[in-house]
Design a protein around this ligand. Sequence first.
Ligand code: ZN
Length: 170
Amino acid sequence: MAQSHIPRQTFFVDAMLGKLARWLRILGYDAAYERNISDEDIVDRVLNEHRWLLTRDRYLVQRKAVRGRFTLIHSDFVIDQLWQLRTELQVRLTIDEETVCRCVACNHILETIPPSQARPRVPPFVAKHHTHFTGCPNCGQLYWAGTHWGHLQERLKLLSQASPHQGPDS
Ligand SMILES: [Zn+2]
């Protein structure tokens, strides 16, 4: 498996930040996320898997074990959250074919799926017009480069041009 293009930053995203986790995966980052997980288990995974903790929980980051390994996210808006990561951790807000390597649903690395295997499992229009498919070996989700990626690219472009919201307090 070619790993050279996979970004080096790996994250653990807390339960309040599901949208941010999905965006980080779209951007190709390794972003672990569990909806139901205790603070103890979060800390364990951050330490054992060498992950950087992204959280909105002011109490969680007071734990000694996570000192120097977290970013406390300030905003409720995913746009501002991504901006904060860009500013503080140099997270890249661009997508291209190289970065589309990770399952948005479960964070697993995607594999190329031969068109003959993918076509029976996608809508006819997609089957007819696409030749490159990737799939998640973990959850079975199929992906193809389509209008969806174009749309995301547009959003990211706007996102990197727009100035962040001013939060109610900071
Ligand atoms: Zn998956």
